[in-house]
Design a protein around this ligand. Structure first.
Ligand code: XMP
Length: 517
């Protein structure tokens, strides 16, 4: 089942490794148009099969003359599909098309610049003639390819934009996708709507309708199983599949003893009581803690938890007669991160719960595979999932197991769970849930001396981690108000036995990661 085929208008973004490539795809989606990020070496026939209404060539760090510089199949320009080259993408067009010329610029141009645009060009219709834009380039186009005209200039770039309106080929040296380019969204929308003829039919409602139809067709009379973790992605995936095939779906929640406070009850309440789903909760706490006994290495812990999860899940799934499909809540950033959508190297394979279906002989249903996190949330809302679930912060598969440093024991997991619940409550009371990307407790493997009720104590330290982020690839520590931190600290030391110290993690990512293990 391909989530990407169908009747939706689509723009393909060809990725040359630029830092803003994903952002281009997002901006197009913000205009209610589906976009896909594709590796630059995607064969042109494959591209054609996707029936894009337009193609955007992204920026990238290379020089078109550099050794091994990424390029595209030149057949792209004969597809009769509009093309917009951005930065490197424009330089590549000039390099590949006859008559064009790219040279090293005397002066690099980084940051803000004022660009003068030819507003008679369809790409710049409705844009003010002189506008602020964001530049980031060393090379520049010296002469435009045959049939092109210069459609914009800056002080350092005589060709800041170019167009061949007869063939619907366009290039901009600046980055319309970043917010510093004042009219950038307008320019991208001009490309998508005016030039490519997109109609803006990429809405969560339309998406849900299409997916339901596809799932029904694929599944037929078969049974489907889904591993629920209580997280946003698996919940939304389960809800969409349930909408499609009703009680042919059985959900399994593995309680590994490393879930957050109240999580099992909340999942039960939402999926069993509200949605009437067939939900099986497997109490596997003993099995997980037994397997984790004496293990301190973070990677080993992760793999033990992963393997134990598969074992428990498989055993439970075998009890479901006729199961032929497995639902997974894979989302688009997982696909991109694991190198499935671009040539990017695998960053952390353990983030993706792969491997499960191959062993089980089940076909996969991944109804969220082409959505970014914010779009998953929109779809969740569309399906009527409760707000607190849809807006829940990300929670890693290995759960509290990678937040208890060192050996994980039921006692330590219990302490952490209590401290974590307090942090979540205080952040919610302060109304900060949506401002902070993730906020949680960690239990470093350390005890220190304190004094509580006039008595000397030798107890655990709890670490508080709260970060702001766009996509978890980078993050900054959240500047939580001091009184919020104070309440967290006071409540944890008063309410959680065996804790006498609370510290706040003030490291960004990089150099740290969000999770401590
Ligand atoms: P790091 O710690 O690498 O985390 O900065 C980035 C984001 O990924 C989440 N995370 C995971 N999610 N399985 C998951 O599903 C995992 O094994 C895992 N490890 C980290 C983390 O919570 C953060 O949002």
């Amino acid at each position: 089942m391909s989530p990407d085929a169908g009747t939706t208008d689509r723009i393909a973004v060809i990725d040359f490794g630029g830092q803003y490539s994903q952002l281009i795809a997002r901006r197009i989606r913000e205009a209610d148009i589906h976009s896909l990020l594709l590796p630059h070496d995607t064969p042109v026939d494959e591209l054609k099969d996707l029936e894009p209404k337009g193609v955007i060539l992204s920026g990238g760090p290379a020089s078109v003359y550099g050794e091994g510089a990424p390029t595209v199949d030149e057949g792209l320009f004969s597809l009769d599909v509009p093309v917009l080259g951005i930065c490197y993408g424009m330089q590549l067009m000039s390099h590949l098309l006859p008559g064009g010329d790219v040279e090293k610029a005397d002066k690099c141009e980084y940051g803000r610049a004022t660009v003068t645009l030819d507003t008679g060009t369809a790409l710049f219709r409705g844009v003010t003639g002189q506008t602020e834009c964001w530049m980031s380039h060393g090379d520049r186009v010296e002469s435009v390819p045959d049939e092109f005209v210069v459609a914009g200039e800056t002080e350092n770039a005589p060709v800041a934009a170019m167009a061949d309106e007869r063939r619907f080929l366009y290039g901009v040296q600046f980055h319309p996708e970043v917010t510093h380019t004042e009219q950038g969204q307008r320019i991208l929308e001009n490309f998508a709507y005016r030039i490519c003829g997109c109609t803006g039919n990429w809405t969560s409602k339309q998406y849900v309708t299409e997916q339901i139809e596809k799932i029904r067709k694929a599944v037929g009379e078969n049974q489907v199983i889904c591993g629920l973790s209580g997280g946003v992605d698996s919940s939304v995936a389960a809800a969409i599949v349930h909408e499609a095939v009703g009680n042919q779906l059985t959900c399994i929640l593995v309680d590994h003893g490393l879930l957050r406070h109240g999580e099992v009850d909340e999942v039960r309440h939402t999926f069993e009581d509200t949605f009437g789903m067939d939900l099986r909760v497997v109490d596997a706490r003993d099995q997980f803690f037994n397997r984790l006994q004496g293990v301190t290495d973070p990677e080993e812990k992760r793999s033990i938890i992963g393997e134990a999860f598969i074992d428990v899940f498989e055993e439970e799934a075998e009890r479901i007669d006729g199961a032929a499909y497995l639902v997974q809540g894979t989302i688009y950033s997982d696909v991109i991160e694991s190198g499935g959508a671009t040539n990017a190297s695998t960053i952390k394979s353990h983030h993706n719960v792969g491997g499960l279906p191959e062993q089980m002989g089940l076909d996969l249903i991944e109804p969220l595979r082409s959505l970014f996190k914010d779009e998953v949330r929109e779809v969740g809302e569309e399906l009527g999932l409760p707000e607190e679930l849809v807006w829940r912060q990300p929670f890693p598969g290995p759960g509290l197991g990678i937040r208890v440093l060192g050996e994980v024991t039921p006692e330590k997991a219990g302490i952490l769970r209590q401290a974590d619940a307090i942090i979540r409550e205080v952040i919610a009371d302060a109304g900060l849930q949506r401002e902070v990307w993730q906020y949680f407790a960690t239990l470093p493997n350390m005890q220190s001396v304190g004094v509580q009720g006039d008595e000397r104590t030798y107890s655990y330290t709890v670490g508080v981690r709260a970060v702001t982020s766009e996509d978890a690839m980078t993050a900054d520590w959240a500047r939580l108000p001091h009184d919020v931190l104070d309440t967290i600290s006071t409540r944890i030391t008063n309410e959680v036995p065996d804790v006498n110290r609370v510290v706040y993690d003030i490291t960004s990512k990089p150099p740290a990661t969000i999770e401590w293990e």
